[in-house]
Design a protein around this ligand. Structure first.
Ligand code: AOF
Ligand code: ZN
Length: 342
């Protein structure tokens, strides 16, 4: 690793400390280096609060050194007046010598403009140091900004012989209590969760976070023909988004509606989520809905549990064969498939 990469790695590590508290903003870290020594560090700590750069600048004990220093920042310094003044202007004001950027910002308010402000002020600027790592760290933010849809995680549990449920849609006892707890943790990490009609009907899930500390995601059910029984757990008093094709629909305080004019179109649902600034979505089945996401090539990650049981026959688990994959990782009975975000 080059010294540049080592300092950027430290900035990445600092950025990670903002995890869970800065969304929908990206996690950003910043390190200030003078003569090979770190003299200041900071990160974006909380949504609405100061960005990484002012925090790092303010941490420097001897500000006289700043004009002779290099600033390592994981994301291009911002150029806009948002909740705080532009970070690029701050770095110009402080007369820093050089700025090393992890990756450029995809936010249309910033993209390239921050780097330009620095260059125009005569500051040496380089970018693209550990950019893959930065993009990976903020995969939800970059996917949302660039693809204008949430980052999509598909999740299912399959039997050893490749079934997701029995022929009567019963899917009990494929996974174990540990995987279930992990799933609750995952739910707490994403903005929204979605299931299809048959899963809502036969699994009767609540789609909230119970076996982990954390926030509940926005719950979404696709029920094209409005056939779901209102006694199901999903129709309890908490907020639910219902996606459907039919015209008739009764009004209710806790139900939001996404009417799909042109048949069953995933993109239309995603457009609605984009408008609502939902940056990530976990899809928990069933096979039909998961296959639809795969067929339309609208997914970024799949998390697949494989249980020890065999059903012999039933509903086949989705297959991701033929898709462009970035990485596959097996840990115990969990297979994680990641797709490139480039
Ligand atoms: C930076 N440093 O630490 C972060 C940046 O709503 P605001 O005003 O906080 O602005 C959010 C946008 O600023 C966000 O969408 C992203 O483009 C950029 N985030 N920029 O220079 C930081 N967190
Ligand atoms: Zn900023």
């Amino acid at each position: 690793m080059s010294p540049e990469e080592i300092f950027m790695l430290r900035a990445l590590e600092l950025a990670e400390l903002g995890k869970g508290r800065v969304s929908p903003n990206p996690m950003v870290g910043c390190v200030i280096v003078h003569d090979g020594q770190i003299i200041g560090e900071g990160y974006h700590e909380v949504y609405g609060g100061p960005h990484a750069e002012p925090n790092a600048i303010n941490s420097v004990k001897n500000p006289i050194l700043i004009p002779e220093s290099t600033v390592y920042v994981t994301l291009e310094p911002c150029a806009h007046w948002g909740k705080t003044p532009p970070c690029a202007n701050l770095l110009v004001e402080k007369k820093v010598k050089k700025v090393v950027i992890g990756t450029l910002d995809s936010n249309p308010l910033v993209g390239g403009k921050g780097a330009q402000i620095l260059k125009d002020a005569g500051i040496e600027v380089t970018s693209g140091v550990l950019d893959r790592r930065v993009r990976e760290q903020n995969k939800r933010f970059f996917t949302f900004m660039e693809k204008k849809r949430p980052y999509i995680i598909l999740k299912w549990a399959q039997t050893k012989d490749g079934f997701i449920a029995r022929e009567n849609y019963d899917s009990k006892w494929i996974s174990n209590p540990y995987s279930r707890q992990l799933v609750h943790r995952w739910r707490s990490e994403e903005d929204a969760i979605m299931v299809g009609t048959l899963t809502a009907k036969y699994d009767n899930p609540q789609l909230n976070v119970r076996e982990w500390e954390g926030k509940n995601p926005v719950r979404i059910v696709v029920d094209r023909n409005l056939t779901l029984d209102r006694d199901l757990h999903l129709f309890d008093q908490s907020q639910l988004t219902l996606c459907y094709n039919q015209v008739k629909e009764e009004k209710s305080d806790n139900l939001e509606h996404v009417k799909l004019p042109s048949g069953f179109n995933i993109r239309e649902i995603l457009d609605d989520l984009y408008q609502r600034k939902i940056q990530s979505l976990i899809v928990e089945g069933g096979a039909q809905l998961l296959n639809k996401f795969i067929q339309e090539n609208l997914w970024d990650e799949a998390r697949v549990f494989t249980g020890q049981v065999q059903f012999g026959k039933g509903i086949p688990a989705p297959k991701t064969q033929g898709s462009i994959l970035d990485e596959m990782d097996i840990m115990g009975d969990l297979l994680t498939i990641t797709r490139p975000i480039y």
